[in-house]
Design a protein around this ligand. Structure first.
Ligand code: HEC
Length: 258
């Protein structure tokens, strides 16, 4: 009981108590969600500042508060305790940092469909657009050569950092994402897809994936926010021309979709 009266013990209890309050009690209030770790840490630090203000507010309490700290750091007979703390605390912090920074390779909880079925119709830049039976309009308009060049410029300006110089999904940033950016350079990739599917994926990106495409942590941007309809068709055409693959046509509808 004598210990409970000591300002040092009180301070430690108050700080630990407020941490436990933010971490475990706040989520119990109706309508509140678990508090993110970083916020718990911030609140606890603020509480710790308050506690320090309290213990240092009066000279006598401050001296009492400091006494055990000074004793541990200075007294000759506390050498072992001091050495132990100076070893254990840095090791603990190192361990926590290591745990937080360590890359983890966990399998996703559900099976994720890489090519989920596209919706029959989408809203593209505020207009509704039927995907069913939709062909790349640029294939029957203007010069293929020009569309290819347009698509190429768009690809290298926007897509290369993730999907790679060689369309192999190995862009500079590619390895940092999970799911990783998809490759377009070999059979079994976009040759399984209709051009309208590719258009849809480019236009709507990761956030536009339907439920089978979850988890929705795909880094693929929503390109309808940055590119026009023709630009998306042009880059789609570029992907096929560059990889030498043929888009799947609507005639093959009966086949199994993967
Ligand atoms: C920030 C990184 C990033 C950028 C930039 C990016 N993508 Fe992606 N893309 C991804 C990731 C990650 C995936 C795989 C996950 C998914 O399917 O959403 C993906 C998937 C795709 C798919 C789906 C392919 C399939 O087989 O289903 C297409 C098509 C695509 N990207 C085209 C593009 C085009 C075209 C651009 C440039 C206009 C582009 N991406 C820019 C990250 C990116």
């Amino acid at each position: 009981m004598k210990h409970l009266k000591h300002p040092f013990t009180q301070a430690v209890l108050l700080i630990v108590g407020s941490w436990a309050f933010f971490k475990f009690v706040i989520p119990l209030f109706p309508g509140s969600a678990p508090v993110p770790q970083s916020v718990v840490l911030q609140f606890t630090l603020i509480a710790a500042v308050g506690v320090l203000v309290y213990v240092s507010e009066n000279e006598e309490r401050w001296t009492q508060f400091k006494a055990p700290i000074t004793a541990t750091l200075v007294d000759a007979n506390k050498k072992w305790l001091r050495g132990g703390l100076l070893t254990v605390i840095p090791l603990f912090i190192g361990f926590v940092v290591f745990q937080a920074a360590r890359p983890t390779v966990g399998s996703t909880a559900q099976l994720r469909s890489i090519h989920p079925a596209p919706p029959g119709q989408i809203t593209f830049q505020g207009r509704s657009l039927a995907l069913e039976g939709l062909e790349n309009p640029l294939r029957s308009r203007g010069s293929l050569e020009e569309h290819y060049e347009t698509g190429k410029a768009i690809y290298y300006q926007n897509c290369m950092p993730c999907h790679g110089d060689l369309l192999d999904g190995q862009g500079h940033f590619g390895h940092g994402f999970n799911p990783t950016p998809l490759a377009f350079d070999r059979a079994g990739t976009i040759d399984n897809l209709q051009e309208s599917f590719v258009f849809w994926r480019i236009a709507k990106g990761g956030p536009g994936l339907p439920r089978e495409g979850t988890p929705w942590n795909s880094a693929m941007p929503v390109w309808e926010d940055f590119l026009t309809e023709d630009e998306i068709w042009a880059v789609t055409m570029f992907l096929y021309e560059q990889s030498g693959l043929e888009p799947r046509t609507w005639g093959e509808e009966g086949e199994e979709h993967d």
